[in-house]
Structure formats: structure tokens, C-alpha cells
Design a protein. Sequence first.
Length: 214
Amino acid sequence: MKLYTYFRSSAAFRARIALNLKGIAYESAAVDLRAPTSAQRSAQYLAVNPEGLVPVLVDGARVIRQSLAIIEYLEEVHPAPALLPAEPDARAQVRALAYAIACDIHPLNNLRVLNYLRAPLGCDAAGVDGWYAHWIARGFAALEAEVAATSGDGRHMYGAAVTLADVCLVPQMYNAQRMKCDVAPYPRLCAIAAHLQRLPAFARAVPEAQPDAC
Ligand SMILES: N[C@@H](CCC(=O)N[C@@H](CS)C(=O)NCC(=O)O)C(=O)O
């Protein structure tokens, strides 16, 4: 398999964790999102993904966009270890936690959104940082309350095994800390992320361990 990735992309980070958890070897194809390169908007990359976003997974003739679609594809073709529980309500709860991050926090703080705030909207650095921190705080406060009920052991978002929700939390927590957001008000999320970050599949997926890291 081949993964179009960028070391700092949290959506690609999710896909890397899932590939590692499932023990799937893959080749990395780096897409440098930084200006002035902005390779995600090159004609060559837009031919792979017209959305101009990473990650993209290529498996033979299959080209799969969107990190959650990629992870659910991996779940279907490599069911073990499972990232979704077997029981329907539990699956829905895990997806709800994952979507709260991937659909409601991450898109508001994506590179193209932050760039649009800078220009044309004219926000200064403090305004952009404030925007970022605001949406982390709104999202993490809700998740902190939710995991009080869903975590089975204080080390996982749901139950006592790694799920899709954990795969989404770690990159979001990594980015929040990189952006110097105050995460102290979310001790449960911090404890879960601290545990997960030590697992080899998560540790090998971190931005600084990627071949394109610089
Ligand atoms: N919903 C997409 C989001 C992908 C996404 O936003 N990727 C970011 C990096 S984390 C990106 O490629 N940004 C490029 C840009 O904003 O120009 C997914 O889950 O795959």
C-alpha cells in the first residue's frame, strides 16, 4: 500500500496509526503542504485527490481519500485487531467520539482555514491562535465529559481497548500541544493520550518519526 502523507498532518497521522496497529507495511509518498511548495495544490496531486488534502491511500488499483474512509477500509480488509467494537451501540459510541474530533474540531483548525483567516480575512497571529484554541477548548471540554462515561480504564476513549476514537484523539492532542493550547482542563484526555502515545503503533506514527519530517 502507498500512503500520501505529510508528517504534520493529523489526518495522515490517523491513517499511519491505523496502518501500524494493523501491522500493514506501506510506502510513504510525502506531500509538502507548506507554502511556497503547497504540493497539495499541484496538478499532479490534484489528479490523485481533487480535494487537495492528505491522506490518500493507494491499494493496488484502489485510491481512497478521507482518513476515516481509509481507516474503515483497512478495518474491512484487515479486521484484526479491530478498531471498532462488535456490538452496534458500542460501534456507534466509538464513531461518535471519533467524529467529534474528525468532523467537529479538526476541520475548523485545518491549514486552509487558518490561512483563510490570515488572508483574506486579515486576522493577526493572536487572532488565529485564539481561533485555534477556542475550537480545541469547545471540543475537548465535551470529550472530557463524555469519556468520563465511555472510558473503561482511563487509558482509552471507549472501553479498555484501542479504538478508532483513540486513533483520532492522539493526533488532535499532539496538535493542540504543538499549538500551545492549555490542555490542563482535560486530565482524562491527557491521561488517555499519554498512555496511547507510548504504544509502538502510535509512537512510530508521530510527525517527528516520519521520513519527510524536517
Ligand atoms: N476530512 C479529511 C481532512 C484532511 C485534511 O484536512 N488534511 C489536511 C492536513 S491535516 C490537509 O491536507 N490540508 C491541506 C490544506 O489545508 O491545504 C480527512 O479526514 O482525511
